[in-house]
Design a binder for this molecule. Structure first.
Ligand code: KG4
Ligand code: ZN
Length: 345
């Protein structure tokens, strides 16, 4: 019988993290804040044929990959399942069928080993990625979160608590990257392809900034920017002009990224918080990384910028957030279900 009522929390536990919310089946193992292995099997190439993630293909790919990815992660860490002190898994947000593959596997593993099951909110995983690059990192810090579903600036006060300082009022930044890529005829995934196209372009087209001008406190909007890019491309095509894809990509990227960077630094200075972190797929963007690094340096702020592989979906961040929850004894019941949506707070 599964019974963890007498479980003793360890200071440096071995945690196995599992992630299957979208198109990556991922498993990682950490000991305390030390990453021992980090494995991913992706169905992105298969999804690219359809121009985006097809949920049923994602679920099927997870069922085929989950056993193998866990085996690889254990092997790379030089461990067997018996060494695992807790199992952390993404329970939401994401594609329901995809989440259920990872969650069911994690439940089975935790049950068989009689160790705690830790249910991780995917977005909190993205926020915890910074601990992987700097294991000594301690809150408080200001965090820029930019993914496919969320865009916000947060004040992280402790390992488990944060305040939202500013957020998007409509689309997420990643969504805008993906839509603009599509209108430019660039393949899925959109973000990295916009980045590639922008390298050869000039930011010489005036698109509306993602910063909402009329709001009392800073807020972002990506739907106006996205529409402006779509209209620009359609108008150019109607006039028989060649759409300058590289310039559109560079101009969009600047309008999307600059306000995020500027306001992250502004909040850190205003609140007297000396450290800035970041998380989410859009933080993989080279222009954003360069701007954030420059602005933090200029402002004398310490920046903990997760490596690109920890920004896009991975299981190391799920294990890292799992540790935060583990140390506060925040374990999930076996009855926990997957959730397609979870509010940021
Ligand atoms: O965090 P993530 O992997 O998944 C979610 O949790 O949403 O973020 C995915 C988003 C996609 O919209 C993708 O286009 C964007 O992150 N992304 C990028 C880059 N790499 C991924 N956006 C801009 N530049 C990139 N290099
Ligand atoms: Zn993600």
């Amino acid at each position: 019988m599964y019974d963890i009522s007498n479980y003793k929390i360890k200071q440096t536990p071995v945690i196995l993290g599992l992630e299957s919310s979208c198109d990556e089946t991922a498993c990682a193992i950490i000991r305390g804040r030390t990453l021992l292995s980090n494995c991913i099997i992706s169905s992105a190439a298969e999804q690219a044929k359809y121009g985006g993630v097809v949920p049923e293909i994602a679920s099927r790919a997870h069922t085929e990959a989950v056993d193998e990815v866990v085996g690889r992660a254990l092997k790379e860490a030089g461990m067997t399942v018996k060494d695992i002190d807790a199992v952390a898994v993404t329970y939401g947000a994401g594609l329901l069928g995809a989440l259920l593959v990872g969650l069911s596997f994690a439940k089975g593993l935790a049950y068989a080993l009689n160790v705690p099951l830790i249910a991780v909110n995917h977005i909190r995983g993205h926020l915890a990625a910074a601990y992987l690059d700097d294991p000594a990192l301690k809150p408080p810090f200001i965090t820029l979160l930019a993914s496919g579903g969320h865009t916000a600036i947060l004040h992280t006060q402790s390992y488990t608590q944060f305040n939202v300082l500013a957020k998007t009022l409509d689309d997420a930044a990643g969504e805008a990257f993906d839509k603009c890529a599509r209108v430019l005829g660039l393949p899925y995934p959109g973000g990295p392809n916009i980045q590639r196209a922008a390298k050869d372009g000039q930011a010489n087209i005036s698109f509306p900034s993602a910063l909402v001008k009329h709001s009392q406190s800073p807020a972002f909007s990506y739907s106006g920017l996205k529409t402006a890019v779509i209209n620009y491309c359609h108008n150019a095509a109607q006039k028989g002009m060649l759409v300058p894809a590289a310039d559109v990509a560079a101009s969009f990227q600047k309008a999307a990224v600059d306000p995020l960077v500027e306001n992250t630094v502004k909040f850190a200075l205003e609140r007297g918080v000396g450290t800035v972190t970041a998380g989410g797929g859009v933080i993989a963007n080279a222009y954003l990384r360069q701007r954030l690094t420059e602005e933090c340096q200029r402002a004398g702020l310490k920046l903990v910028l997760p490596q690109v592989k920890f920004c896009t979906d991975n299981a190391a961040m799920i294990a890292a957030e799992g540790l935060n929850k583990y140390l506060s004894g925040d374990f999930a019941p076996m009855s926990i279900n997957a959730a397609a949506q979870i509010p940021l707070q």
